[in-house]
Design a protein around this ligand. Structure first.
Ligand SMILES: [Fe+2]
Length: 344
């Protein structure tokens, strides 16, 4: 009992700090997960403030990208560009990733084997085609604008092995969800073309916008997410990545679209908008260069030194991943190996 009390006192500053940053777990943080605070509007206040500051930063960063891209991003929640790289550059990149040998993290989601490599600056130096893509000013400007943080993204290579020969685990990627309570972006350059065979990305255009109906939905979800024990509906997620039903989508006047796209397509999406990984009909692969840029949504400012800040974030994230490796491997959620990506 005394131990629990000391732990709670020790943890309070951290929990409080999380409220004013990207903390989102209703389960692990008793302030974020407080029924009474959310009844008084804590969650919706965080949602609204994060949106206002996001739009403010976007306004200031508007000169970075052409007006048409800004319109797409603000109206639909995503930017899609086919044939992003010149064909010869894309083929060089594709070949380099097929032949890549390095440290791969592997986890099972449903019947999908997800292989990922964190492509730090040092790793990118070894792959000139990937370095050229990461340093492409068009990509750099798009990611700096869409993240609203004016810093380059973190880069990964992700290779999905659909219907792999694995013992299935719960798959959080297949349910329609928003990643978190605030706008943030992820990007993909598709190395493989995408169709129903290898599982297209599914996104709900316009669902990134904070409408009155969305705000009411957020309020109801925040109260649901605070429930404990018997009152808690089964099969729900309590990590702050709220799942949305088809009926709730219809009530909000929204409908999903499936991105069946050719290889060499760039997609950048605001993952506050609802999305999910589509079903793959066959044993197949889907490789992408995967990018993300998540930051404190309550910081009204952005960096004036994108390259330096990008390097600091990359170093810190590399350390975080290293620290997570041990517990994840001990829990049987992940394995790490040196080698190449599995390709059919
Ligand atoms: Fe997601």
């Amino acid at each position: 009992m005394a131990k629990l009390l000391i732990r709670a006192i020790w943890k309070w500053p951290q929990w409080l700090l999380e409220v004013f940053s990207w903390g989102k777990s209703f389960k692990n943080n008793p302030i974020i997960g407080s029924y009474w605070l959310n009844l008084c509007g804590l969650h919706v206040a965080r949602v609204v403030l994060a949106q206002v500051l996001f739009r403010f930063r976007l306004l200031l960063l508007a000169p970075l990208v052409p007006a048409a891209d800004r319109r797409d991003f603000l109206k639909k929640g995503y930017i899609l560009k086919e044939n992003f790289l010149p064909q010869d550059e894309f083929q060089r990149l594709r070949q380099a990733l097929q032949d890549y040998r390095g440290e791969v993290r592997e986890l099972v989601e449903g019947t999908t084997l997800t292989q990922r490599t964190f492509m730090t600056r040092a790793e990118r130096e070894k792959l000139p085609a990937l370095k050229a893509f990461a340093d492409d000013p068009r990509l750099d400007h798009l990611m700096r604008y869409c993240s609203s943080k004016n810093r380059p993204a973190l880069f990964y290579v992700e290779n999905l092995c659909n219907h792999a020969n694995v013992v299935p685990r719960p798959d959080p990627q297949r349910d329609m969800h928003a990643d978190t309570f605030h706008p943030c972006v992820k990007g993909w350059l598709y190395i493989d073309s995408v169709d129903d065979d290898n599982g297209p990305y599914i996104y709900v255009p316009g669902s990134h916008r904070l409408t009155w109906r969305r705000l009411k939905w957020e309020y109801r979800q925040s109260l649901e997410a605070c429930k404990r024990g018997q009152a808690r509906a089964p099969g729900r997620y309590w990590d702050g990545s709220f799942r949305v039903s088809e009926q709730a989508l219809r009530e909000m006047g929204l409908a999903p679209v499936k991105f069946c796209v050719p290889a060499n397509t760039l997609l950048i999406a605001n993952v506050y908008g609802f999305h999910r990984r589509g079903e793959a009909e066959r044993r197949s692969n889907r490789m992408t260069v995967w990018m993300q840029a998540r930051d404190n949504p309550f910081n009204p400012l952005f960096t004036l030194w994108p390259a330096t800040t990008g390097r600091v974030f990359e170093w810190v994230w590399g350390q975080v991943l290293r620290r997570l490796d041990g517990p994840r491997q001990a829990a049987g959620e992940q394995r790490v190996f040196c080698g190449g990506f599995s390709r059919e």
